[in-house]
Structure formats: structure tokens, C-alpha cells
Design a protein around this ligand. Sequence first.
Ligand SMILES: NC(=O)c1ccc[n+]([C@@H]2O[C@H](COP(=O)([O-])OP(=O)(O)OC[C@H]3O[C@@H](n4cnc5c(N)ncnc54)[C@H](O)[C@@H]3O)[C@@H](O)[C@H]2O)c1
Length: 289
Amino acid sequence: MLRCLVSRCLLTNPVAGQTRKMSGGSLAGSRGSLAGSQSSLAGKVAIVTASTDGIGLAAAQALGQRGAHVVVSSRRQSNVDKAVALLQREKIQVTGTTCNVGNSEDRARLVNMTVEQCGGVDIFVSNAAVNPFFGNIMDSTEAVWDKILDVNVKSAFLMTQLVVPHLEKRGGGSVVFVSSVAGYQPMQALGPYSVSKTALLGLTRALAPELAQSHIRVNCVAPGIIKTTFSQALWQDEDVVDELKKQLSIKRFGKPEEIGGVIAFLCSKDASYITGETITVTGGMSCRL
Ligand SMILES: NC(=O)c1ccc[n+]([C@@H]2O[C@H](COP(=O)([O-])OP(=O)(O)OC[C@H]3O[C@@H](n4cnc5c(N)ncnc54)[C@H](O)[C@@H]3O)[C@@H](O)[C@H]2O)c1
């Protein structure tokens, strides 16, 4: 029952329309509270995909709070506008635009716009994900696999391929993929989605040695159950919450900012000797491959 609920909640992920207008672009003052520390990201430019809500927005906030200029995007202009306004109120330097990561023109436009408006790229966080299917894996169709692998895996790689030359121009940088606890232990009714998240663990390990020579670190976070719209069926039903908490050492679900902070850490000098790794952030759920 639990797994079905997980699946259903992941299926509620909306498929939004696409617009091409850009918003934001205002440069509020850098927070600077961490300036000079190993955690500081002052002067860095960070692209975070699907960053107008949930974990992506929290990652943008965490990076911005550490002084980075963040470029936020999602498929709907109205969501981009809301996120830009929120981040500006928090005095974070932000630019926003629409981007469907499954679309090659959108991917190129996001990167080109960032370089033109912000002068380069130092950090790329691949957060966008989709799950259009739940059920027995043997019933999943080619169309399902195409959609899931296109958005969750292929676009993560293709975006990385686009940003790497820009990271190299800055003398290095950081790439972070957002996987899932499901990447370690496939969820029963979420086979294709889980496999796509396992693929990101492999992508991290495949890219890290190749990009290390360019001083680019490639890492990954695997969240457990984090309280976002994506997972709402889990925290809305008390029986499900009680059942799930039995699997957790820390007896509550995670908050988006608890993933955002780990992403920002991985992009900072504090993590300068970490590459090819996945950090599980699960409140103590078991994660074994
Ligand atoms: N919430 C959890 O419990 C949880 C657990 C493990 C992993 N994750 C992962 O964290 C990431 C963020 O999820 P979240 O929980 O913040 O939920 P979320 O729904 O806020 O984030 C997923 C986002 O991806 C966007 N998206 C889907 N297809 C896209 C496309 N083609 N182009 C651009 N954006 C697209 C969705 O619109 C959505 O905003 C995802 O990769 C998800 O798989 C979440």
C-alpha cells in the first residue's frame, strides 16, 4: 500500500506548458555572511533546473545564501516569476527563465542566457525529474521509458555536456545530480523511475574521473522522503506516516532545505576533495546497492 501511495504521489507531478519569456535579472546585493569562508560561493554563478519549488528551489536558496548568483528555471513562466520574486525578497542574486530540460533548444537557451547575462557558469545542479508511470515494471511501455530516461537521465547528461566548456573557462566548477533513495532500492510500482535514479549514481561515477582533469567535481545527492508536493501523499496520511517512520532513524520526513544545504556544501570549497560520490540524505533509511 505504501509503495502505491508513493507512486501515486509521484504521478501527480504536473506536466506544464512551456513559455519562453525571461524574468528577473535584477541583481540584489550579495548576502556576504559567509564571505571569505570555505562555504562562500560569492562570485559564482549557479544553474539549477526545476528550481521554482521543492528541492530545486531550496538548492537555489542555499546557493544564493552563500553568495552565488542563481539562475532558476522551470517550465511555467508564472512559477519562474514567483520564485524570482521570492529569492529577490531574500536578497539573493537571481535570474529566471523557462526551461523544459527535455528540449534541446531550451537547454541551449538556458546555458547561453546564463553566460550572456551572468558572465559564465561555475555550478550546475540537475534536479528536474518526471514519473509518468506506476505499476508493474513489465507493463511499462517504450514511451514511458523514453520519457523517464529523456528527462531524468539524458537531459542531466546533455545539460552537463553543455555547461562543462563554460566551467572549464572559469578554471573548474561543480556538477550535482539529484538522485533518490529509490536509486538504491527500487520502489515496487516505480520501476522505471527508480532505474533512472540508479542511472544517475552511475553517471556521477562515469563523469567524475573524466572531468577531474578540468577541475570539475561531479557529485550526487540521494534524498529520502522529503516534504514536497512530489511526496505529499506520504505526509498527508497519518497511517502511512507512521509506517514510514519505522524505517527512519530520525523520526520525521526531511525538509527541502536539508537537501539544499547538502547541495550547496558539495559545490563549496568545503567539499574540494569530494568527487564521484553520492551523499544519501534520508534520515537514516537504509541505502545499499
Ligand atoms: N520529494 C522527495 O521525497 C524526493 C525523494 C527523492 C528524490 N527526489 C528528487 O528530487 C528532485 C526534486 O523533486 P521535489 O521533491 O522537489 O519535487 P518537485 O515536483 O518540486 O520537483 C520536480 C520538478 O521537476 C520538474 N520537471 C519535470 N519535468 C521537467 C522538464 N522536462 N523540464 C523541467 N522541469 C521538469 C517538475 O515540474 C517539478 O517541478 C527530483 O529529481 C526528485 O526525483 C525527491
